[in-house]
Design a protein around this ligand. Structure first.
Ligand SMILES: [Cu+2]
Length: 365
């Protein structure tokens, strides 16, 4: 037993040493201290979300529709890094750290064999960097931190299909990712069949700091998130349901950006007949094949699901980790016109029909 314990201790010591070395190297690569990396002052309370509040006047949802990959095989893209105050929930603003002024960053898409030439321009006040999980490049080369006013070209060939996370990796990476510096890049699997509609959802959690200020690094380290969101806004597609039609074949790409929480992506009222996760099909349609109810994703993992809606009505989009539904990870697909005729399920009380409250177009949750 003693020798096993000693061996375990050695492994732990080795691992601890490796982590310490990584942290040291990470810190050594910083040319200047990160202004935003210190915990929020205790005196200023963190912003809180009012579950009954509505988005501000003029609020526009992030369009979840996913356009096809551009036909060009080389993608030259400029991405600006900034820090900007954005609304993340009704009445709640945070200073988010952004790629191309959006939280999450832009969705990029290409095919296996495509070349991406990403020009990262730092227009912010902090050091930033970018790390594409879809690439195979050295961490201390393309992923280097650049200071305000600097730029770097990050070039890679997309050799493997999948939906990948990209993110700022500047130390502490937890603070930069937790504060919004991430996005998704999709590399289509060869032979990806056409569908009627494609959407993309990026799940992430927010650790609110004071109103208009960066998220709390202390809360990020303690895993004390306030909300879980799809595409960067609390209950976004509950406030603005996504319109589709019954019978349409739909593909939804999902990326779990975290930084630390997992996802069990589920849509209430349908079954996935196709599941693709981390570069491989887990399920494909066919006679006698099974169905899938949830796509499970750890932080940074991604995939897609395909399905149809069989009748008009509302279909909730959730992570089936239900405490996070209450925290904001909920939306709705509206199949057909709200209130479109359908064969309503009969409800009775004492043998008498009860009037159905459904079909009003108002999402319940
Ligand atoms: Cu950053």
């Amino acid at each position: 037993m003693m020798s096993v314990r000693r061996a375990r201790k050695s492994v732990v010591a080795l691992a601890t040493g490796a982590v310490a070395a990584l942290v040291f190297v990470s810190c050594a690569r910083q040319a200047t201290p990160q202004q935003g990396a210190s915990p929020s002052p205790q005196s200023t309370p963190a912003a809180t979300i009012d579950p009954n509040a509505k988005p501000s006047e003029g609020w526009k949802p992030r369009d979840p529709a996913l356009p096809p990959a551009p036909s060009a095989r080389e993608h030259s893209i400029t991405i600006e890094a900034t820090e900007e105050v954005v609304e993340v929930a009704p009445g709640v603003t945070q200073e988010m750290w952004l790629f191309n002024h959006t939280y999450p960053g832009p969705v990029l898409r290409g095919k296996v064999g495509d070349v991406f030439k990403i020009r990262l321009v730092n227009k912010g006040k902090l050091g930033h960097s970018i790390d594409f999980h879809a690439s195979k490049v050295a961490w201390d080369d393309e992923m280097r931190t650049i200071q305000p006013g600097e730029e770097i070209v990050y070039e890679f060939e997309a050799k493997h299909a999948g939906i990948y996370m990209y993110h700022c990796g500047t130390p502490p990476a937890l603070h930069h990712i937790g504060n919004g510096m991430f996005g998704a890049i999709i590399i289509d699997p060869p032979g990806l069949p056409p569908v009627d509609k494609e959407f993309v959802f990026v799940q992430s959690e927010l650790y609110l700091g004071p109103q208009g200020q960066p998220g709390s690094y202390t809360k990020m380290r303690d895993f004390q998130f306030d909300t879980v969101v799809f595409n960067g806004y609390y209950k976004q597609y509950l406030f603005s349901p996504i319109r589709v039609e019954p019978g349409e074949r739909i593909r939804v790409w999902v990326e779990n950006a975290g930084p630390s929480e997992n996802s069990s992506f589920h849509i209430v009222g349908t079954i996935f007949d196709t599941v693709y996760k981390e570069g491989a099909y887990v399920l494909q349609p066919g006679s006698g094949k099974g169905g899938a109810q949830a796509l499970d994703l750890q932080p940074s993992q991604g995939g897609f699901v395909e399905f149809t809606f069989d009748e008009p009505g509302q279909y909730l989009i959730v992570t089936h980790k239900f405490s996070n539904v209450d925290k904001g990870a909920v939306g709705v697909f509206q199949a057909g016109e709200p209130g479109a005729p359908r064969k309503e399920a009969p409800v009775t009380k004492g043998g008498q029909p009860v009037q159905s409250p459904t079909g009003t177009g108002e999402a319940s949750h």
